[in-house]
Design a protein around this ligand. Structure first.
Ligand SMILES: [Zn+2]
Length: 247
């Protein structure tokens, strides 16, 4: 006869449950003594989204063997650098977060780079490569694919709720408490390389005529040499980032 345990998922973990099963105790039948992590993923919740686990009120880890009759309460992961609702200080952000994105998130990759975050994105990456790089380079996986987040090599990751780039950027900044870590004009949108300010004379030949006329401050990627200036896209980005901060 299979064993049975009960699970309650809190907060945003309900996003992974069917509509009629949210915010209620769920019965889970199982054989043997699976790790609690495997049971939660079988229900549909990927482990990188999970924070604290209480089994019959006592803290437990992912590998805790599930036993019959227990009640498991599961809470969402919170930002590692801060408590919910608290903006981290600069000192708490000494270890900058790094991301790797799945192949469907080209727009978000550009927006994250625009905001200055170290963001790997290549259309040639498959799930296995993403998981390997994330583990080796301590990167957070961002994806719309719940299955990818269940890959056992992935330790940190977040499932994007929205399908729209701007909303996704807002989600990521809020999830990881990055409001104060935004640094426009730090990274190249094309290759993720660092950009630095350069003299106008050194990049003259790469500039459109009107840009040459109206702008005086220029930046260049140290990897691919692409030239940047604070045009209309920069203004829009500033406005957008202010909106996130106000919320
Ligand atoms: Zn570049």
């Amino acid at each position: 006869m299979p064993h049975a345990a009960k699970f309650f998922f809190h907060g945003r973990l309900n996003d992974f449950l069917p509509k009629l099963r949210k915010n209620e105790w769920l019965a889970y039948n199982f054989d043997g003594a699976p790790a609690v992590k495997d049971a939660m993923e079988a229900i549909g919740v990927p482990h990188p989204e999970i924070g604290n686990i209480l089994i019959n009120g006592a803290a437990a880890g992912f590998m805790h063997p599930l036993q019959t009759g227990v009640e498991v309460e599961v809470f969402p992961a919170v930002c590692a650098t801060t408590s919910p609702g608290k903006i981290p200080t600069d000192a708490e952000l000494l270890d900058p977060v790094k991301f790797i994105l799945d192949v469907h998130l080209g727009k978000l990759a550009k927006l994250l780079r625009m905001a200055g975050f170290d963001t790997l994105y290549e259309t040639s990456y498959d799930d296995k490569v993403i998981a390997q790089i994330a583990r080796a380079d301590n990167r957070i996986v961002l994806t719309r694919d719940v299955g990818l987040l269940k890959h056992k090599a992935i330790q940190q990751g977040y499932w994007l709720r929205s399908q729209h780039g701007n909303e996704q950027l807002t989600e990521v900044i809020k999830r990881y408490g990055l409001q104060k870590a935004v640094q426009p004009f730090k990274r190249c949108l094309v290759c993720n390389g660092l950009i630095r300010q350069v003299e106008k004379e050194t990049v003259q030949e790469q500039l459109p005529p009107k840009t040459k006329l109206y702008f005086s401050e220029f930046y260049q990627c140290t990897c691919c040499n692409k030239v940047y200036w604070k045009g209309s896209h920069y203004e829009r980005m500033q406005q957008f980032l202010q909106q996130i901060n106000i919320e």
